[in-house]
Design a protein around this ligand. Sequence first.
Ligand SMILES: [Zn+2]
Length: 532
Amino acid sequence: MQESSKKAKSSSVKQTVKKTQPKTVRVYSKKISDEEFARMSDFFERYGRCRHSFLNRYCGIKSMLAVNNWQALRNQVRKWDKPVKGSKGKLETVYNFQTKHWVGALREACANIKSMWSNLANRLKKLIQGNENLSADQRHLLFFILKFKSAWQAVLLHKPIELPEEYTEALTEIEAKLTDKQIKQAHSYLRRITYRYHYRARKSGKLGSSMKCDLNWAFEGNTFSFSSDVPRKQFSVEMTSPWSYPRTGDITVVLDRIKQRLEVHKLISSKRYSNDSKKAIGIDKGLATLLSCSSGNEYGKNFSKLANAIVDKYGKRNANRQPYMSLRWQLNQQLEQLEKANQPLSKTALRKKRKLLGKLKNLEQNNIGRKSYEKSYRSAQETVRSFISCAINRMIEKEHPAVIAKEDLTFVKEKGVKSDNSRLARKMRKRLNSWTKGQLDERIVYLSSKNSIETHDVNPAYTSQYCPICGQHFEERYGSHHELTKCKKCGEMNANIAAAKNILSRLTDEEITLYTPYKRVKEILASRIKEA
Ligand SMILES: [Zn+2]
């Protein structure tokens, strides 16, 4: 009885515990031109040499503690590197790049050395565990010492161990169980195995081909840029896909010398569910309802309301700007006429021109300034983004898929959901819609990879036009958001969910692959009706 309740408890824990695990996501560049590649290769090589020199300089026992605080080391190096302010630093001259690059190389070297020491500690613990010549108390002592780098370093340098008070007591307690000879023996064993396995300075063999960047990198659409050896001139590379992951923090840029391309890696933490699902779902993205799933569930249903509210707000704002815009247009026209009329301009004409220019400047600064407008547009974007993330997270939680099939971000559906009154409101809606589409796709990829879910793009052709049950062509769409449709055989159904089901079946469709042309897809679909 007791046992079964224990079992139930542990299994319920197992289901709710979500382990997070680090995961590297990657984006690749297209092939880089020979000239650009040569520049990059040279730069990565110099960066690698610089990192290697730091690695050699600080991998010793004396720097064991110093590498924990790389900023302090950086300040030390700075003093030595550039004794006179305003002059070019030694490292900049030697490696011919910018200050931030040697700082980055130092930071990376410190991180490497730190992890090297903790890997070594783990290795030594195993050796100590397996050494039968040591007594249990001696092993206990060495495990304790390996917990504190300062204690470890003190033993290696034959110095007395200094620890914070609360730990000193524990150490004395452990040592009380041992004779002096036993302690000495344990210490010398630790020294021996440390020296045997610890990383030593060595010659750099490999060409540098990776670089960590914390700041100074950006993605815009498919273009990735990061700082180059020349100030104010970034490397800019076309990638094969846009960036769907956080835009801050560390990334690693890797130069693939064989394929002549760049890879961008980022470590993200992803959840891993203990009960691994194998479920695949299809999703149809939309602007009225954000996500329609092949399971029949929908998420982000009220999105059109939110979007309408935003567009209305900006429509009004734009309407208020309208008279000023037309005034600007008039002034520009006058200016143009003035300049066309007679050259060179007479004195009165010049005066008039100055006056017009002044008025225009005033107008642009005070009445149609873009700054506050852009600021509130960004806050609207923020609202939309959190709405999108919320919908995707609910979908992941409820559907619990292992694989998501979707269309890529170039989907074009839902034309004229609502006719707006003003031209500017329409413009605003267009802007918001296209941003939302990109954002929706990006968030799906990111949140999926965070949850260890695979995403696959499938061929988007005609997914919303044929019945997923019998393959018949749908009749007209209707409903307030064109969300309903009819199949001659199967009757009324939700067109978005039907599309999601079609998208899911594309995942395993051997005839219609991602690259099958539209026309061919239509022929295939038509032939399937006849067969049925
Ligand atoms: Zn049907």
